[in-house]
Design a protein. Structure first.
Length: 211
């Protein structure tokens, strides 16, 4: 799609015990930033923290969104990573925002998904065993690893905020989103907000409808 806006994020390297929470924070943040409706704190949005990262982030208060992101990440960690070295794996997470465009065919009306914005995040996962002892060296190493991860996630979040506000003119008034694995020229396994019935479950015009 010629007018698709790609938001390429820098590669994020994390230890495997931190990776899922980090990606949850990142994906929820992007989805929150792209919700076009005026949201109410407490009703539509909640402030969240994780056990691994002392970074507050906003999360939409809808279980379908959380379930879709969690299921997508579970699939990503099961099948979306490729081994590139000893105790090191790599994959790319993609978050698409799209509209359903009506198309005609010999078999009747159909629709196709037209992506207008894609967020692409390369992920490097380190599976080196963590020190678990109470000795000074182990405690220092765990602290160092945690502080490094926090700084990396914080840096990625700052880039997301900047990229999210670069240009808003391409955003339609109503759209959907999906999370999947990006392989450069195409996509594999993905979970869609439309498949989850997120818009219909809200009891109003829909979270991703600006009207």
């Amino acid at each position: 799609m010629a007018n698709r806006h790609d938001k390429n994020l820098p590669e994020l390297e994390l230890h495997e015990h931190q990776a899922k929470e980090a990606l949850q924070v990142i994906l929820h943040t992007i989805v929150f930033l792209r919700a076009p409706k005026k949201l109410s704190i407490g009703t539509d949005v909640i402030d969240c923290h994780t056990s691994s990262f002392p970074l507050p982030y906003a999360k939409l208060r809808f279980p379908e969104v959380t379930s879709m992101i969690d299921d997508s990440l579970q699939t990503f960690f099961q099948t979306g990573l490729s081994t590139i070295g000893p105790e090191l794996s790599k994959g790319v997470v993609a978050l698409d925002f799209y509209v359903n465009k009506p198309t005609g065919s010999w078999f009747g009306p159909k629709t196709e998904k037209v992506c207008f914005e894609k967020w692409i995040l390369p992920v490097l996962v380190d599976s080196t065993p963590r020190p678990v002892g109470d000795d000074v060296a182990s405690v220092i190493e765990r602290t160092r690893s945690r502080e490094t991860a926090v700084e990396r996630v914080k840096g990625t979040m700052n880039i997301i905020y900047d990229k999210a506000m670069e240009d808003l003119s391409h955003l339609p008034t109503q759209f959907q989103f999906e999370v999947g694995e990006w392989e450069g020229g195409g996509r594999s396994r993905r979970n869609s907000s439309e498949d989850r019935g997120i818009r219909g479950s809200l009891g109003r015009t829909g979270l991703f409808n600006a009207s």
